[in-house]
Design a binder for this molecule. Structure first.
Ligand SMILES: *[C@@H]1O[C@H](CO)[C@@H](O)[C@H](O)[C@H]1NC(C)=O
Ligand SMILES: *[C@@H]1O[C@H](CO)[C@@H](O)[C@H](O)[C@H]1NC(C)=O
Ligand SMILES: *[C@@H]1O[C@H](CO)[C@@H](O)[C@H](O)[C@H]1NC(C)=O
Ligand SMILES: *[C@@H]1O[C@H](CO)[C@@H](O)[C@H](O)[C@H]1NC(C)=O
Ligand SMILES: *[C@@H]1O[C@H](CO)[C@@H](O)[C@H](O)[C@H]1NC(C)=O
Ligand SMILES: *[C@@H]1O[C@H](CO)[C@@H](O)[C@H](O)[C@H]1NC(C)=O
Ligand SMILES: *[C@@H]1O[C@H](CO)[C@@H](O)[C@H](O)[C@H]1NC(C)=O
Ligand SMILES: *[C@@H]1O[C@H](CO)[C@@H](O)[C@H](O)[C@H]1NC(C)=O
Ligand SMILES: *[C@@H]1O[C@H](CO)[C@@H](O)[C@H](O)[C@H]1NC(C)=O
Ligand SMILES: *[C@@H]1O[C@H](CO)[C@@H](O)[C@H](O)[C@H]1NC(C)=O
Ligand SMILES: *[C@@H]1O[C@H](CO)[C@@H](O)[C@H](O)[C@H]1NC(C)=O
Ligand SMILES: *[C@@H]1O[C@H](CO)[C@@H](O)[C@H](O)[C@H]1NC(C)=O
Length: 300
């Protein structure tokens, strides 16, 4: 008798445990009735595709380009491929072309800067997740806003080739790095040389400059001897749901984006929503974040 009760209790606990796990692992999710993926990239609410009503507002309505022959569906942000959206961190990852300048013994061959303007209000280049990086042996690289009124630079020099290993420090020989200013909404990146790669163009014809996601940047992906050929880098963009302060947003309950059991969080550009401690789910979707009572039960 006791054993029977104990066994059924155990069964219930196991069931609760699996439900709790399912809730905890549930992806952020799209608005009901809306497609939650473009190609293999998840599109969680407050973002949306296909229909303007699938997104919280116009600024978060994204373009999913239709597949075209062998080209699979692609999620686009401006004209750049969007690779990942995180509701938890209020960020996303896009892929952008690198800036470069190339030389041979006779001098400059080509020079391509990179200019991006996120005029759409709720986006900034993440200063905490990105690191500005330059690759080259005669390379002075520069990053700023489009108007070139604030920014940073780094210089990398070498007189012989160095191999860029993942544990190399990118501290100025073959590779240099620096952080970017907070709140950048446009980007102007260019690389130039001090001596036209004189005496080094055999092993290093080009200098490169780009922003890179700290978490995925690998120096070993780059070769000093490489020529540009569609080289891209992953860049982290921070987003907010609206460019208002929490106080301003909460003043109008019908337009406030955060659902039940959430906190409002500000980053200087606007606000976004987070589940309260101990709650999980998509903080922008009704009915809001869910308490993890089951999770707590199953852990006892
Ligand atoms: C998504 O698709 C692209 C190309 O279709 C592929 O290169 C990439 O590895 C895929 N990513 C994941 C996480 O499956
Ligand atoms: C999406 O991109 C396509 C191709 O670039 C363009 O024709 C279309 O107007 C865009 N749609 C939206 C909603 O921006
Ligand atoms: C997006 O990022 C999350 C967490 O960083 C990761 O688990 C997931 O695999 C990524 N998805 C793609 C398509 O890169
Ligand atoms: C450098 O490149 C230019 C343009 O492609 C070419 O005309 C010139 O011959 C090259 N010089 C050398 C020394 O390779
Ligand atoms: C590079 O510079 C160092 C220090 O001046 C020198 O010892 C080395 O021989 C130089 N290498 C080449 C290939 O010129
Ligand atoms: C970097 O890694 C390589 C091989 O993985 C190793 O031989 C080398 O000693 C490491 N260098 C430093 C500075 O840790
Ligand atoms: C680099 O090349 C340009 C023309 O291609 C020339 O005007 C300049 O003087 C050169 N600079 C150096 C340091 O050799
Ligand atoms: C290139 O090498 C020559 C011969 O070694 C040397 O005289 C010259 O100063 C070097 N130029 C530069 C810019 O390093
Ligand atoms: C740029 O991409 C091409 C093609 O993938 C590669 O051969 C080249 O080495 C890359 N450039 C650098 C500097 O790594
Ligand atoms: C509150 O938000 C709603 C929906 O966006 C809007 O129609 C209304 O005008 C706003 N009210 C005020 C006082 O701003
Ligand atoms: C949410 O706000 C409460 C009260 O301000 C705070 O104690 C809590 O740490 C916040 N939780 C998160 C996840 O930010
Ligand atoms: C909050 O929860 C209540 C009751 O569970 C529900 O009626 C309401 O729609 C939720 N509010 C939002 C904004 O999801």
């Amino acid at each position: 008798m006791m054993l029977k009760i104990w066994v059924s209790w155990l069964m219930i606990m196991l069931l609760l445990c699996s439900i709790a796990t399912a809730i905890a692992q549930r992806p952020a999710g799209s608005k009901p009735g809306c497609r939650d993926k473009c190609g293999n990239v998840s599109v969680p609410y407050p973002f949306g595709i296909d229909d303007r009503d699938c997104a919280e507002n116009e600024d978060l309505y994204l373009n999913c380009s239709q597949s075209d022959g062998d080209d699979p569906e692609k999620l686009c942000f401006y004209n750049f491929p969007l690779l990942n959206i995180s509701v938890l961190e209020g960020s996303m990852i896009i892929s952008i072309p690198t800036s470069y300048d190339c030389y041979n013994q006779s001098g400059l061959l080509s020079e391509v800067p990179c200019i991006i303007n996120l005029e759409r209000a709720p986006y900034t280049f993440s200063d905490t997740q990105n690191v500005f990086t330059a690759i080259g042996c005669d390379t002075m690289a520069f990053v700023s806003n489009e108007e070139v009124t604030y920014g940073a630079a780094c210089i990398s020099l070498c007189n012989e080739t160095v191999s860029l290993a993942d544990n190399s420090s990118c501290s100025g020989s073959g590779c240099c790095q620096t952080s970017i200013p907070k709140g950048l909404k446009s980007l102007y990146i260019s690389s130039m040389s001090l001596q036209n790669h004189t005496n080094i163009s055999d092993f290093n014809p080009c200098g490169y400059a780009f922003l890179a996601d700290k978490r995925s940047f690998k120096a070993s992906d780059w070769q000093l001897s490489g020529w540009p050929d569609g080289n891209v880098s992953d860049v982290v963009i921070d987003w907010v749901v609206e460019t208002k302060t929490c106080e301003q947003a909460q003043a109008n309950t019908s337009s406030y984006a955060c659902s039940n059991n959430t906190n409002c969080s500000e980053n200087g550009q606007g606000y976004r929503c987070e589940c309260k401690d101990g709650f999980t789910g998509n903080p922008y979707l009704s009915p809001g974040c869910q308490g993890n009572l089951l999770l707590r039960l199953s852990q006892t």
